[in-house]
Design a protein around this ligand. Structure first.
Ligand code: ZN
Length: 179
């Protein structure tokens, strides 16, 4: 950050009184511009024994498969965000059952929240950010072409839980940088 979004003056990095981290502080209006992690919310849409995946039409990971997910917007809840992303990327309507995985990605300051969800109908279609949307059984999942490690981990956890006949809630950290 170079300029204050409140008044347009240059910002400096300094530790505000009572704080212990460097922050961008406006040289004129003294506004402290806190920067905090972003939430990525998404769904694991189920239809029978199949899962809905989207083939990405945008970078990063163009052409790779992922679950519908994206950055939460201001003014919405996590469930609303997950349902909105599923509608935008896959044209799919879902009923969310519960939070399935939470992954911390401290190296990029993001938190992923993935919800289990039931597809309400088969009337889905690729949105602008997707090349293709399709249902996959476990045997059909293109494991070598999954866009993000958080999504691969969520899918593997899902099939593991399904084999056990019991779905839990799973929290984990992702440190790897290359995917
Ligand atoms: Zn300012």
């Amino acid at each position: 950050m170079k300029f204050c979004c409140e008044c347009g003056s240059p910002v400096n990095e300094s530790v505000p009184a009572g704080d212990n981290r460097l922050r961008f502080v406006c040289s004129d209006c003294n506004t402290i511009h806190y920067q905090n992690p972003k939430m990525v919310v998404g769904c694991l849409p189920e239809w029978g024994n199949k899962i809905l995946l989207c083939k990405r039409a945008i970078e990063p990971q163009y052409g790779k498969w992922t679950l519908p997910a994206g950055f939460m917007e201001n003014g919405e809840t996590t469930l609303q965000g997950a349902m909105r992303e599923t509608l935008e990327e896959a044209g799919a309507r879902v009923e969310i059952s519960h939070l399935f995985t939470l992954y911390n990605l401290p190296y990029i300051s993001q938190v992923y929240l993935m919800f289990r969800a039931r597809l309400l109908d088969l009337d889905f279609a690729a949105g602008e950010e997707s090349l293709e949307v399709a249902l996959f059984s476990e045997e059909e999942i293109p494991w070598d072409e999954i866009a993000f490690l958080t999504i691969e981990k969520t899918l593997r956890q899902y099939f593991e839980d399904r084999r056990k006949g019991e779905f839990g809630f799973h929290i984990g950290d992702v440190e790897r940088r290359n995917r």
